[in-house]
Design a protein around this ligand. Sequence first.
Ligand code: MN3
Length: 383
Amino acid sequence: MKRIVVLGSTGSIGTNALEIIRHSQDGFKLVGISGHRNYKLLMEQIEEFRPAYVSIGTKEGYDAIKAKFPEVNLYFQEEGLKTLAGIEEYDILLTAVSGAVGIEATVEGIKKGKRIALANKETMVAAGPYINRLLKENPEAHLIPVDSEHSAIFQSLCGGKKDEVRKIIITASGGTFRGKTLAELKDVTVDQALKHPNWSMGRKITIDSSTLVNKGLEVIEAHELFGVDYDDIEVVVHPQSIIHSMVEFKDRAVIAQLGAPDMKLPIQYAFTYPDRVANEVLEPLDFFRLNGLTFEKPDRKTFKGIDLAFRAGRTGKSMPAVLNAANEAAVDLFLRGKIKFLTIYEIIEKAMDRHTPVEIENVDIVKNVDKETRNWVYSEYER
Ligand code: MN3
């Protein structure tokens, strides 16, 4: 029996994780969950799974949960997430919260020597070098990626040895605006940008997918997670999202992981690795219903997200944290109708131009860089 803490249990990854746990044959016990605002769903989850530890983001939610479930160990906001990650009585921490607090929770989990099922992008993008150092200092701890691409790479890497890897090939759906020209992108609306062809995800990540900034962030994550040079990471557009990513080995063998576009498999694999187990909620891939698998070069001139990320990654130190923070602020402004779609790239580029990279020695440095960058974006672009 593996004991699991899910941070962000009311979000898209979190609810999928609970679906896996709900239908698992033998394996998992949910011991801790956290939610931000949606305390009603969190209360349903408490009712169903009876976790001993709960954290909630709002005062209203805190009071409601306290009244209905007095027996639960209840915590509050960011400190609550860190407390849940720091308890002794669990085996796997799923970090499905966004933002810097996800990094801090991961740090707590690593220091406890736990398995981290990593679904928080900021952790490896903004704090990769620091996290890798912590992992060396805490050899019992380990990270298993949950993002579909990195899970696919992780699975494909099992097909050879680390020093036999030639390159990592990250697949990209191409996003909502694949094939569009700069002129066509000039005046796209929020609603248009939110219509993703394959994946149903949160608003922010759907925009990141349409700018290809998401793919860029995934390139940086892959570099940090797998220790592969930027020169050996390639992005291939694969609109059907069936091949989730691949690894090419020295002998030119390419090992890929395929599956339906569904986050449940990578979540469960992060829980069960190195084992593979059946679960009735995991759908088989039906090859006879596929209309072929196709591949294209990404249009990196129009969709600058990939190249901006390569630049940030190669610069290293705190630059990826700036890319991430500038992008988050820019996407927020776009979603609120304050800026145009293409201004997202301009904001990232200018934020990087004005930044002098510093070494990531702890999470506070990441938080400071993050805050400084956001403040600059809002002061320059929010009208
Ligand atoms: Mn992904």
